[in-house]
Design a protein around this ligand. Structure first.
Ligand SMILES: [Zn+2]
Ligand SMILES: [Zn+2]
Length: 466
C-alpha cells in the first residue's frame, strides 16, 4: 500500500482497488482527492487486503443487501491528510495513515501510541517548538494586550516542594481542573508558614490530603522544564478574605500570563490525576483504533475527531471556561491522551506535526477578546455562554463575570455595573438625550442592546448553581 512518497508509482500492486486507495493517501496536502471505487458488490469481490480495510472503514452495514448496488467512494479533503469513506450519503470517520519511519518520505502522519504511557519528549517538543517558531504570537497574543500583569501571591516551587511568595514576572505553569464532589486540600492562614518550609508538600501528613491531579501537576511542571506551578487551592489563602478576593479578581490575568496551562479534562474530580507519565503518575488506559491495510501499513482513527463535542464535567463549569479562554498555551489531558493548543497550532499525540487547520472554540473566543473597541456583541455572546455553565456556589457566578468584565474594562470605559457596561447607559442606548453613540460603538451593538437580552450577573441570571 502507500509507502511511496507523493507522486511516485506504487510498485507492489495488489489490485485495482488497493491501488486507488494508495493514490488517495498519496495526494498532495493542498489537493483534494475524490475517488469512486465502484459498487460495494464489485469492491467486495476484490482482494482480501482492501476488503478488510474498507470493512473497518465503513463498518459491517455496507454488506447489507440494500447497499450492494450503492457506490463507495473515498475522499481526502484539501489541506487534510486523512481519508474518509463515503457510502449511501454517509461520511465515515477519518482514518490517518500511520507513518513508517523505515520508509523515507513516507506520506503517513498517524502514530500508534503506547496504551499506558505518554512519551514525555512529545510534550517538551511541543513547548519548545511553540516558543521557537511562534514567538510573540503565542508568548504575548493579541487578546492579552492591555491586560494588567498577573500578580499571583503564592506559587508552588516544584524544586523545593513548598509554597513561595511569587516574584513579579516569574515564569509559571497553571493548572485548570474541576474539584468535583471531593474534599480538596486548601491553604489556610494558620498553615501558611509551615507550607513555606522546604519539602512541606512532600511530607506525608500534608501530601496525602493533596488531590492526585494537583500532585501530578507538580511533577509534570518539572518534566516540562518549568519550576513554578500555580493552582488555586494551594496558591490562594482561602480564609483571608481580602487577599482571596484580590486573587479571584485577577484570575484572567493569572491564567493569561501562565506559560502553559495544564487542562485536566479526564475524570469526574480532582482525584483522577494526570495519567500516563511513567515513573511519575498512574498509567492511562488509552484505546486507539488501529486498522491494518496490508503490506505492513496501518491506519489510525483520530482520538479527537473533527468537530467533536465533549460532555466531560470540565466543559460544563463556569470557572474552567474562563481559565481556558485566557490561557495562551494549553495542554489538554483528555480521552486518556494529550493534545496541544496555542495561538498558532493544534497538535495531537496521535499525529506527527502537521497542523490541523480547524480553529478551536477557545481561539474563537480569544479573537473576540482581541477587539479594541467596546464590542457588545462579543460580551453578550460570552455572557450567554456562561449562562449555560454550572457553578458550585452562587457567589461564583458574580466572581466569574467579574473576571471577564475586569479583563474587558480596557475597552469599556467606566467598567461594568452589575454586569452591564457603564458606557452603554440607558440614555446612550435609546438616544433620548440626543447624545451621539460613544466613539467606537458600532450600530449593530446599539441594536443588540435594544433588542437582545443581556443576562447580567447582577440580576442573578447567569449560570446554574450545581
Ligand atoms: Zn485490493
Ligand atoms: Zn504556539
Amino acid at each position: 500500500m502507500p509507502n511511496r512518497p507523493s507522486g511516485t508509482r506504487e510498485s507492489r500492486v495488489f489490485c485495482h482497488i488497493c491501488l486507488q486507495i494508495a493514490r488517495v493517501f498519496a495526494t498532495a496536502l493542498s489537493d483534494e482527492c475524490f475517488v469512486t471505487l465502484g459498487s460495494t458488490e464489485q469492491v467486495l469481490s476484490g482482494c482480501g487486503v482492501h476488503f478488510t480495510f474498507l470493512l473497518r472503514l465503513t463498518g459491517p452495514t455496507w454488506r447489507e443487501d440494500g447497499l450492494k448496488k450503492k457506490e463507495i467512494s473515498l475522499l481526502k479533503p484539501k489541506n487534510r491528510t486523512y481519508l474518509r469513506a463515503f457510502l449511501n450519503d454517509s461520511l465515515y470517520p477519518p482514518l490517518e495513515l500511520v507513518k513508517k519511519d523505515t520508509v523515507p518520505n513516507h506520506v503517513g502522519l498517524g502514530r500508534v501510541l503506547d496504551a499506558d504511557w505518554i512519551d514525555h519528549a512529545t510534550l517538551r517538543c511541543w513547548y519548545e517548538r511553540c516558543r521557537q517558531d511562534h514567538g510573540r504570537e503565542c508568548d504575548a497574543p493579541r487578546y492579552m494586550q492591555g491586560l494588567a500583569p498577573a500578580k499571583p501571591s503564592l506559587l508552588v516551587d516544584t524544586r523545593t516542594n513548598c509554597l513561595v511568595s511569587a516574584r513579579l514576572g516569574v515564569s509559571y505553569i497553571a493548572l485548570s481542573y474541576v474539584w468535583g464532589q471531593v474534599d480538596c486540600f486548601k491553604t489556610k492562614k494558620s498553615m501558611l508558614a509551615k507550607l513555606k518550609l522546604p519539602n512541606s508538600l512532600s511530607r506525608k501528613h500534608i501530601s496525602q490530603h493533596i488531590p492526585t491531579t494537583i500532585r501530578d501537576a507538580i511533577r509534570i511542571t518539572s518534566i516540562l522544564g518549568e519550576r513554578y506551578l500555580w493552582v488555586d487551592s494551594l496558591c490562594i489563602v482561602q480564609d483571608e478574605d481580602d487577599s482571596r478576593q484580590g486573587q479571584l479578581n485577577q484570575m484572567c490575568a493569572i491564567y493569561s500570563h501562565a506559560s502553559i496551562t495544564l487542562i485536566a479534562v479526564d475524570g469526574a474530580n480532582c482525584q483522577y490525576g494526570l495519567r500516563g507519565f511513567k515513573g511519575v503518575t498512574k498509567p492511562r488506559r488509552l484505546e486507539q483504533e488501529v486498522v491494518s491495510i496490508g503490506d505492513g501499513d496501518r491506519c489510525v482513527e483520530h482520538i479527537f475527531p473533527l468537530d467533536c463535542s465533549s460532555s466531560a464535567p470540565y466543559y460544563q463549569r463556569g470557572w474552567t471556561f474562563q481559565e481556558q479562554v485566557f490561557s495562551k498555551r494549553r495542554i489538554y489531558f483528555e480521552k486518556e491522551s494529550v493534545r496541544w493548543e496555542c495561538s498558532c497550532s493544534r497538535w495531537y499525540e496521535d499525529l506527527e506535526f502537521g497542523d490541523r487547520l480547524d480553529r478551536s472554540n477557545v481561539r474563537v473566543w480569544q479573537t473576540s477578546f482581541s477587539k479594541f473597541y467596546p464590542c457588545l456583541n462579543s460580551y453578550s455572546e460570552m455572557v450567554q455562554e456562561l449562562s449555560n455553565l454550572n457553578f458550585t456556589y452562587k457567589e461564583d457566578v458574580l466572581q466569574a463575570c467579574a473576571g471577564l468584565t475586569s479583563a474587558l474594562s480596557r475597552n469599556f470605559v467606566g467598567g461594568f455595573v452589575s454586569g452591564l457596561p457603564e458606557l452603554f447607559s440607558t440614555s446612550h442606548c435609546y438616544g433620548n438625550h440626543g447624545k451621539s453613540a460613544p466613539e467606537g460603538l458600532i450600530q449593530d451593538d446599539l441594536t443588540l442592546l435594544k433588542h437582545q437580552t443581556l443576562c447580567p450577573a447582577g440580576l442573578g441570571l447567569v449560570g446554574t448553581v450545581k
